[in-house]
Write a protein of this length. Sequence first.
Length: 590
Amino acid sequence: MLHLDGSTLEGGGQLVRIAAALSALTGNPLRVSRIRANRSGSKGLKASHCAVIKFLLDVCGGTAVGNQVGHHELSIYPWGQKTGSSPQTRWEDGNANSDLRKSAASLQQLSLASLYSPPRVTVKPEYDIRLSTPGSVFLIFQALYPYLLFAGAYTPTTEADAGTSDTARENPKEIRVNITGGTHVSFSPSYDYISQVLIPNFAKFGLPPLSMELKKRGWATGQWVEVGAVSLVISPLSANGTPPRSDNISSPSHDSGRAQAETPPVVFPSIELDAFDKGFITQIDVTILAPDTLAQKLLKELSAKSAKGRNRDKKLQKKAVLCHDASGVRNPYREQENSEDGNEYLSNAGDQTACMGDACNMKQGPPQTAREFIQLETIRTLSRELDRQVNREQSVLPATPEIDDAEIDEMQSHRINIGDVVVNLHTSEATSHYSQTYILLVAHTSTGFRLGRDALYSSFHHGPSRSDSRPGKKARKRSAISSADGGNILLRMKGMIDQCVTDLMDEFESHPGDQGQGRQIIMPKKAVDVYMRDQLVVFEALGRLTHPHPHPRPHPRPHLSAGGEQRDEEGVSLHTRTAKWVCEQILGCP
């Protein structure tokens, strides 16, 4: 039985999810020890991990030992292999479905033969997975998707189709998976990222159609914890249009070569990122989820953990008064300020209140609501950074540029052009509480790829984002707007905006344009962003099994030093390196 150390590299739940998915797909039993040992809080299996493993075992007819919340060790026996027998011996079973024998040739002995051995298990047309807490629904989906893609192509979705495997394989039926849980959870893909970035990119890389419907948003933190729901419709892999089997993969039976010529095998598409033209940036979509609470109210509302919150709140109000008086416009905070004891003004409020000065400098005054504040500030900050990229050699804008009426009108029209890049407000939706604040920026390339970076209030509130752990990047300082320092809510929202824009800019690089004169074109460093890279590793590995290179290229070994310590790899996140390591252990290729 294969053994994986769950503390390797990232050492979190991702390792367990990928291992369970590949175990179900390949039929290889495995044991994972020291589960989530690298987590600072509670270790061992979480409820969402147990739900994923139970689902996979129910579908593939397997069993597990230790699949309980809090357990630190787990053994998985897919295909009913309680004895741990090797899946290779299954091919000697004369009752195994012939189509699945042929599929082993295309997947180098990866098969679903045991699904057709008693007791028979079929992939149902619809599944319901319910979490009692808002754990991430998309981390569950991450583990289910590879298995259902392949199993759905070979398994009849109804008993009536049991004798028509060829037809089912050429025209696999859709599988609907309904999941309740969290759609916006810290350090997990959000609904908006999945729908705007992951699904379009999957289609670009040749995976079958995938659609998703949002039933209700689910939030995992704050005073308004809510369980959400999504419905995903998965189209399994199909034999139609797939590449023929490579000649250097041996067939498990003498007559399978003739059968393969008659019916193409089901294979995963080849995904080689370096082979795709990454293009240049043409558009950036902005998604804002935030409350319609009045900005005036949020100026006063401080974190419950703040020890000096009320004093800082008073200073912020006076800073707003200064900004309004300087611009000569009506001050909505003047009455409240006059009613307070003490009339001294702050001569220097520091960098923490600079963002409020920016908002107050607009001739129309600060936006009425938090959502409007985030919309305008996001588009404004993004536009400034894009302008720096496009006109890098021409000029550098001052730290707080003046904004004229025309620019304000253009921002409020929800569409603005910066060079050849269009900034567009894609979604703006009101939420129930400031803890349910979320920002997503999605860059479109000329070749059809999408790169996304996002920021969630709860993630920013509690510290650095996942991107801060990327190799070669130093953790950003959040102290100026952390709850520990009593940071104001609007200031934290401004911090989210800055973080999100900076992270997206980190995905880009500028190149001289055709017109010269110092004008630049903005290109992505890679075809996909660092988070999307995490999601592609499993499919890259499965594709390499069925699309071997004529001249095999050496792939990097697990990124561990002689002492077992992790080593950095340029431009690759720790999550990606962990996924590669798991694929190499189970499949033999990263």
